[in-house]
Design a protein. Structure first.
Length: 339
């Protein structure tokens, strides 16, 4: 029997400093998130970051926490319920970090009689620190605990026509209401070295402004290319004029070069240049979370207004949008019907 495992990023169990520290420890010790040798990663994460950052992060989580719990978890659960209700095969939800774990999700499917699992990382674009780390951990769990289970991995869906249509429709709804002067597509940032590490050709990715537009097999695993491609396809679907939209990258960590332009700098610059009404969409996420609600919705808005902007609109992620849930079900159904 076939079954499906949806996997999102995860969240602390609560806003307590203790729970945030535990979550950050699991997240930042992942070698595909901070990709430096174990000894240096341990010194950096356990020796420095976990002694300074949890309290600040806990305060940020408190700003966006809902009565029901973490927004990302609540929204993921709502989406999971809709997909499970629409689907005629077992569907479970897991988080890469925190709870419910990927192992728990796989175990639950196996207990229901599933012997073939479709793994769907809830990330439109491929990246080492998102899709790849989910796939690798799932492989390890299957090999160790359920070696007879067959695992199929759903590929990055950043340019699928149905996904672009659903995303565009959700953006259009907000544009119609707020009439922004400019639409900023803000994607989660990654270190530039991650782009080059993911280059299967070992030579194509130069991050020079042209490689992402030059056809290559490297694009299958190039996060930067896939982000720009999502922007391009949505802009086309919405008939946006050149110059009325742009792409940037948020959430950088440390001193190494990350993908640019940086969202924080871009927001400030646009306000200073006279853009009064700015809308921001965050298509690297399918569920609203700390990075969308606090970093963009609060910090970004404050920066924009302080620098001369007047209206700042954050466009919600797809969350538990009915069209999005039905799109996932269609993907599941198509896979289920393959013999």
């Amino acid at each position: 029997m076939k079954g499906v495992l949806l996997v999102n990023l995860g969240s602390p169990d609560s806003t307590s400093t203790k729970d945030v520290k535990k979550y950050l420890g699991e997240f930042l010790m992942d070698k595909r998130v901070i990709d430096i040798p174990l000894i240096w990663r341990t010194l950096l994460v356990k020796g420095i970051i976990l002694n300074t950052r949890p309290k600040k992060s806990a305060a940020a989580y408190k700003k966006i926490w809902w009565n029901e719990g973490s927004p990302l978890i609540v929204l993921s659960n709502r989406l999971h319920k809709k997909v499970a209700d629409y689907s005629d095969i077992p569907v479970e939800l897991a988080m890469r970090y925190g709870n419910p774990s990927i192992k728990k999700g796989i175990d639950s499917l196996v207990k229901q009689g599933v012997d073939e699992i479709l793994l769907i990382p809830l990330y439109p674009q491929f990246a080492m620190a998102t899709t790849e780390t989910i796939e690798v951990l799932a492989d390890e769990i299957i090999k160790k605990h359920h070696p007879k289970i067959r695992l199929t991995k759903f590929p990055a869906f950043y340019k699928r026509t149905d996904y672009i249509a659903v995303l565009s429709k959700s953006i259009q709804k907000e544009i119609d209401k707020t009439k922004p002067q400019h639409l900023l597509f803000s994607y989660h940032g990654v270190p530039e070295r991650h782009i080059k590490k993911s280059d299967i050709t070992k030579s194509h990715c130069k991050i020079d402004g042209s490689c992402c537009n030059t056809p290559s097999t490297a694009h299958k695993f190039c996060y930067r290319h896939q982000c720009y491609e999502t922007t391009k396809l949505v802009a086309k679907e919405l008939n946006l004029n050149e110059g009325t939209y742009s792409t940037s990258f948020q959430s950088r960590l440390g001193r190494d070069p990350w993908l640019q332009p940086y969202t924080s700098d871009t927001i400030e610059l646009y306000a200073q240049k006279g853009i009064k009404n700015l809308a921001i969409v965050t298509p690297a996420f399918v569920s609203d979370c700390l990075e969308t609600l606090e970093e963009i919705g609060m910090e970004g808005k404050e920066s924009f207004l302080e620098n001369g902007g007047e209206k700042f609109v954050t466009i919600p992620c797809l969350n538990d949008n009915d069209d999005w849930a039905k799109t996932l079900v269609n993907w599941i159904t198509d896979w289920k019907n393959i013999s």
